[in-house]
Design a protein around this ligand. Structure first.
Ligand SMILES: NC(=O)c1ccc[n+]([C@@H]2O[C@H](COP(=O)([O-])OP(=O)(O)OC[C@H]3O[C@@H](n4cnc5c(N)ncnc54)[C@H](OP(=O)(O)O)[C@@H]3O)[C@@H](O)[C@H]2O)c1
Length: 291
């Protein structure tokens, strides 16, 4: 598997990482299957796993996905040396609703909970899941900087942020990664300059929902505009789209979700697709309805 730097001065990671969220939401697979998908993904060369404390059904099971990732990692029989586990804090669950709470004291508590759920002394990459409009951004970042200087987190990441917010954070703490949405369905990370800024700084851009997320990805199966190129390349529409996302910047890393080994292996194949500039343009120019 090809690799890219996770961020300035950070480890190399596989360009395709594993997005853990679908393994812990309401339509999740059995734990046995979930662990098998993670093991097969690591076997295929993935060295980055993305999780979060809020990947769970509701407020009664915070940390579900982190505990699952821990079980998968601890039961993996091969080498775990290169494996980077990234988690996040700053969101809440209330029933099926997602909320924001990035008060500094709460981030410190959620970081402790993530350390316990993951069973580690230090989190590889701790990401602010999203800025909280009710908390000054600098205060949330200050908490991450403190956690880093206390040795509880190795690298700091941001998610759902603008270029201005990345720059504001950089004045307090080194920013290793930025995790924003990016797929041909949703291109605001390109339009607003976040992908370009990350590439210029060497900040890893972790593209989330790279095939459009749980609902929209299904539209790719019978995507007529992508089928001629798919036949030529011997690739599925999902693979073409993932290769398109990877081609958007030199620091892009994709973290597609998967509940089946088949889908995870398809995403792995996307890393090796060789697309010409014209082919990348062709994929980008196809129709992607979000209806
Ligand atoms: N920071 C944030 O705010 C944020 C928000 C959303 C997601 N994320 C992260 O980003 C990760 C990915 O996002 P996502 O899960 O929302 O959406 P996604 O990666 O676009 O994938 C959605 C679904 O598409 C299917 N799929 C993926 N790759 C495929 C392939 N190569 N071939 C066929 N089907 C494929 C999978 O279905 P099956 O499940 O049926 O296999 C997957 O669950 C999450 O798991 C999470 O770690 C972060």
């Amino acid at each position: 598997m090809k690799t890219r730097a996770l961020g300035p001065g950070a480890s190399q990671v596989s360009v395709v990482g594993f997005g853990g969220m679908p393994l812990s939401l309401s339509d999740r697979p059995s734990e046995e299957q979930a662990i098998r998908v993670i093991h097969e993904s690591i076997n295929a060369g993935m060295t980055l796993i993305d999780t979060a404390d809020v990947y769970c059904i509701d407020e009664n099971e915070y940390g579900h996905n982190e505990r699952l990732v821990r079980k998968a990692v601890e039961s993996y029989s091969g080498s775990r040396e290169d494996l980077i586990v990234a988690t996040k804090g700053g969101l809440t669950r209330s029933g099926t609703d997602w909320g924001r709470d990035a008060r500094p004291d709460r981030l410190k508590l959620t970081c402790e909970a993530s350390l316990a759920a993951l069973g580690v002394d230090r989190i590889d990459l701790y990401q602010l899941h999203a800025p909280d409009p009710d908390v000054p951004f600098a205060e949330s970042i200050g908490a991450l900087a403190e956690l880093r200087s206390e040795g509880k987190i190795r690298w700091v990441g941001l998610s759902n942020v603008s270029v201005a917010e990345i720059q504001e954070a950089e004045s307090t703490v080194p920013v290793t990664t930025v995790q924003n949405r990016l797929s041909p369905f949703f291109r605001e990370a390109i339009d607003e300059g976040v992908v370009e800024y990350c590439a210029a700084q060497g900040i890893g851009f972790l593209a989330y929902s790279p095939v459009g997320g749980g609902r929209l990805n299904k539209k790719l199966y019978n995507h007529e505009g992508l089928s001629p190129l798919g036949e030529k390349q011997g690739a599925s529409p999902h693979e073409l789209v993932l290769a398109w996302v990877l081609a958007q910047g030199s620091s892009v890393i994709i973290i597609p979700g998967a509940r089946t080994t088949e889908h995870a292996m398809s995403s792995v194949r996307a890393a090796d697709l060789e697309l010409s500039e014209d082919e990348v343009r062709e994929i980008g120019a196809a129709e992607y309805s979000t209806d």
